[in-house]
Design a protein around this ligand. Sequence first.
Ligand code: DAT
Ligand code: MG
Length: 140
Amino acid sequence: MALERTFSILKPDATRRNLTGAINAIIEKAGLRIVAQKRIHMTRGQAETFYGVHKDRPFFGELVEFMTSAPVVVQVLEGENAIAKYREVMGATNPANAAPGTIRKEFALSVGENSAHGSDAAETAAQEIAQFFAGNEIVG
Ligand code: DAT
Ligand code: MG
């Protein structure tokens, strides 16, 4: 498998509790390289676009509220098989189902406030990276 890039968000519950360094340590220990990173406060429009695939789900309003409730850290992670690897490192969406040692098991507060986002496929990774980063902000 070639070097791959995935998009990550350290969510508001993580920035609020000062957990971005602890989460980055897990990311780096897993062999993923942080090749771009910035702290932003997402606008409602950015959050609605980002999670557009979920717009008809009952939790959409609460999801957008949460994602805009405090700063987030957006990242591009690079490594072998980075998309699947980061999904593994994050753990299941619901922390109750996440494996020990995963980001969500260690830090998530609930299925909604679950500390991290990671892309689920190559196409979404490319779209998500392009929503938040210009090419020259990614330094591999
Ligand atoms: P993931 O973030 O693991 O890719 P997803 O794409 O199914 O999960 O959902 C996106 C986010 O929406 C998820 O991280 C948290 C929120 N979410 C998902 N299911 C939820 C639910 N049943 N109740 C509240 N929030 C939910
Ligand atoms: Mg998802």
